[in-house]
Write a protein that binds this ligand. Structure first.
Ligand SMILES: [Zn+2]
Length: 93
């Protein structure tokens, strides 16, 4: 799925969450299970949207050091496409 489609699909999920929240104001029913399911989908989709790595230089080593924009963990010496910790898609430029 390309990024415009991902963003459109995220918006659909967000609209569904908003609808459940609106319904929860009217109903006695607890929609938190449904809301959490849509939120899980949003979280997974957002990791497919490329985010820039915060690149830092380590003087002592000739290696790139980057910080994942999602989980904030450090990634050293490898310009991986995805964060190996959380699966965030990364841009090293
Ligand atoms: Zn990460």
């Amino acid at each position: 799925m390309n990024e415009p489609n991902l963003k459109a699909f995220i918006m659909i999920q967000q609209n569904a969450i908003d609808s459940y929240k609106q319904m929860a104001l009217e109903d006695e029913y607890d929609y938190s299970k449904e809301i959490n399911q849509h939120q899980d989908i949003i979280d997974a989709l957002e990791k497919q949207i490329t985010k820039p790595v915060q690149i830092k230089n380590i003087k002592s080593q000739d290696k790139k050091y980057g910080v994942c924009p999602s989980c904030k963990r450090g990634i050293v010496g490898e310009e991986s496409v995805y964060c190996k910790f959380c699966g965030q898609k990364l841009n090293w430029n």
